[in-house]
Structures are given as structure tokens and as C-alpha cells.
Design a protein around this ligand. Sequence first.
Ligand SMILES: Nc1ncnc2c1ncn2[C@@H]1O[C@H](COP(=O)(O)OP(=O)(O)O)[C@@H](O)[C@H]1O
Ligand SMILES: [Mg+2]
Length: 470
Amino acid sequence: MSLKTLTYKPFDHQIDLHTDEHRFKAIVGGRRAGKSKSAFAEILKHTLSYPNVLCWWIAPTYSEAREIGFEDFKRYREELGPAVVNVNESLMRVEFSNGSKLYFKGADRKDSLRGRGLDYLVIDEAAFVLKETWQKVLRPALSDKQGKALLISTPNGRNWFYELYSRVRDNKDKSWKAYHWPSQINPLITEDEIFQARAELSSNDFRQEYLAEFVTRSGQVYEDFGQDNVIDSFDIDINKYDIYLGADFGYANPASLVFMAIDPLRNEVYQFDEIYQKKMSMEVMLHKIKETLNTHGLTISDVQAIYTDPAGNAEEITSGISPVDYLRKTFTVFNKGTHIAPGLQLVRSFVLNANGQRRFFIHERCTETVRSFYGYTYRPVTQSNEDLVHEEPDKDGIHDHACDAVRYFFVNRFDHALWIADSVDQYEYTLKPGKQTFIKRCYGCKKPFPSKSPKDRPPFLCNDCFRAKE
Ligand SMILES: Nc1ncnc2c1ncn2[C@@H]1O[C@H](COP(=O)(O)OP(=O)(O)O)[C@@H](O)[C@H]1O
Ligand SMILES: [Mg+2]
């Protein structure tokens, strides 16, 4: 069977990729440019054209490999007909009649990536895979059989994928070929879709996500935040606005609560007050919330919900009950786990979107939030290179608390499946042994478990629940 029997009809940009014989290829592309679709065609071409080959499809995480890679693959299953002899769901392995095998794997499961003798490798969203995983695990697996690789991704700052792309583009490595595909290269993308995307992203995020530019992230996280987002008067009309709170808990660190009024018709958000204080017991916090509401002529029953961080489930040693459980006696409380980077993108799109609109305003009385928005930064990985920054903003203890409270509000209130994490960025952190042990409450089974990382840090799941997810 050949690829021609698939219904896939590549667009011009994809044809260039398919006819190119380089051993290594990289596509840096915008969202929906057609990267994954053509990578599927490439990997299937390989499994079908050669007998007994071993191919891997890698995604940054196991759940992405399953939900995006493997599930998408199954759509081809019927078309492939008898060419596929077995699909093993738990191993995410596809066996072909010619003896070739295709596995779907997550780069976060290093143990599953051991192995040699790979013939073909696709890394989807490669810029989100660790450099070491590519260099020390995946690239070496291609050595003994001179296997081929196709790395595809949207940009993720100026990290290793940017370095790789630049080197190839400058023709410094002849075994590689690199492609740049902005989203609009896909003829299926409409003007409407692009307009919508610009409304939902800041201009820098739009450049990264759709124009596939390697935007530098240095300095301010909320770089477009300015005086136009700060207002000096705001009247709360309870008939016009919905009231919500965002909360980042802390005791030794300041707890931060932000008071939000949403205009649901215009999709605008007004922060009209804040609480920012250390060493507040839950009783004091509750009292202060009521007091603050009162100064605006509001009561607790006007609050639709409080959105908090997932770590808010952890039991407070002081009160023996988690902040979330405590507040639930009075309010509706939501605390879904969310990924940080897309949450920041969401907030940025309210600060100023790529169509020039601002939809988030902070009253000047919220001095801690305004100060935090200006000072919230990405820290460079090294002193010498300002361009390469940590993917997450600096948790300096000074600017992160209020910004976190605001972000929890936005991600939970403007719910999009994309922003909901199923394992709360758990894989990004490693525990340093020998430190203090913390007791946390498991996000899954709600039972207490010991952990070596602080309470506001992953893991938020106990070992049993974490394994159960795998
Ligand atoms: N050659 C093609 N023919 C038909 N539809 C395509 C083709 N290439 C891409 N698409 C469609 O365009 C959309 C985006 O493609 P996808 O490969 O998922 O993009 P990316 O991985 O770059 O985000 C998907 O709906 C996909 O099915
Ligand atoms: Mg894709």
C-alpha cells in the first residue's frame, strides 16, 4: 500500500516537505498551519514504504501523545485498512502488515524513551520538549540505523528549538532542512479566524502563535500593561456587572485577593479592589473580604464565585482545614489546575490584544496589583544572554502573588479546555532531596500526602493518583 491511497491531499507547502529528502527536517509553524497533518503523512509514508521499520511519534507529554497523536492517528485507521494489523491501546502501538511498528510516546516519560534502532521519529511541538531529551535520548536513538527525524513546533521563546532552527536556516548543517509556516499558509485558515485569534492574543503572542516568529520574552510578563489599564473611577452597578474574586493563598507569604467586576456584554473586566496581606488566618481573611465588599455596597451573596489556585486544597497546618474548604462554607469556590503559560497569554489578551483593544482595567486603589503587574518579569536563564528566559515568570515573592490571583480568576472564569491541565504542570518540577517535608492534600483523592516541595508547588497529586493517571 502506498500513501497515494490515503485521502490526504497535501497543500503546496506540504508538498515541498514531502518531496524533500533531507535526513533531518524541522518545521516552525503557526497554530493550524498543517504541521501535524503533514507529519502524519510523513511517518505513515515511512511505515508503509519500508518493511520492519520502527517509528516513534513523540509529544511533550504522555497525555498529548494519547489525546492528540494517537487519537488523531485512529482517524486514518479505516483508510489504512488491512495495512494495519494491530492497534494496542495501552501501549499506543500500531503494527503494520509489513512488520513496521509505530509507537506514540510522551517526552515526559523518560523511561519509555529508552531504546535504539529507531528508523523514523516525529517530535510534535518539539519546542516544548526538553533540550536534553532531544540531545541525549531521542537523537542518539537514531544513530545506529541512520534514522530520520521531523521536528515540528510552534515557537516557544528563544530556546533550543530556536537555536536549531537558526543554525539550519543559516545553512550551518547540511543534513537539516528547515521550514517556516505561518498559519495563513494553510488555505483553510480564514480571515475571520485570524481576526478572532488577534482578539484573543496580545500582539507578541499573536506573532508567536500565528506568524510563528521567535518572539523574545524578556523583561515584563505584561509588557503592554500601562496607564491605559489603570482607572481612577469606577461605579459598581450590580445589575450590570458580575462579581468574582481571584485568590492566591499564603501565610508566611502574602495572601492576595482580587475583586473583579465583569461586564458580560462587553467582556470587560474591572478590578475594583484588593486584599494583600501576610499572616492572615482564614477567619481574618473572611472578615476582610466582607469588609471590602461592604465598602462598595456589596455583600457576600453578590459574589458569584471565588477562583483560587489548585494548591489551595492543601491543608493549612494552622487551621487544620484547607483554605478552599474554609471558603466553601461561605462561597462557591473553583480551583482547577491550569497550565501557566496559556494562562498568561489569556491575561495578556485582556491587557491589550493584537487588535488594539484593552479589556482589563484596574482601579488605582489596587496599588499592590498595579505594582505587581509592572514588576512581574521573566528572568534570563543566564546573565550573558537576555534573550533566553525561563518559561515561567520569576516567583520573586514580590510580584507573583497578585499576578497569580488575577491569573486564577481569568483562567477559571474564561474557561477553555486548552487551559485546563490534567496534571498541573507536575512534570516540570523535580524535588530536591533532603529538604523539609510538607503535608499536602491530594488534588485527586483529597487525602493528605507528604511532599518535599512547598505547598504552592507541584506535585499536587499523591503518588497513587499520579500513577493512576498514567
Ligand atoms: N492537506 C490538507 N488537507 C485538508 N486539511 C488539512 C490539510 N492540512 C491540514 N489540514 C487541516 O488543517 C487543520 C490544521 O492542521 P494541523 O495539521 O492540525 O495543524 P498544526 O499541527 O500546524 O496546528 C486541521 O483541521 C487539518 O485537518
Ligand atoms: Mg499540531
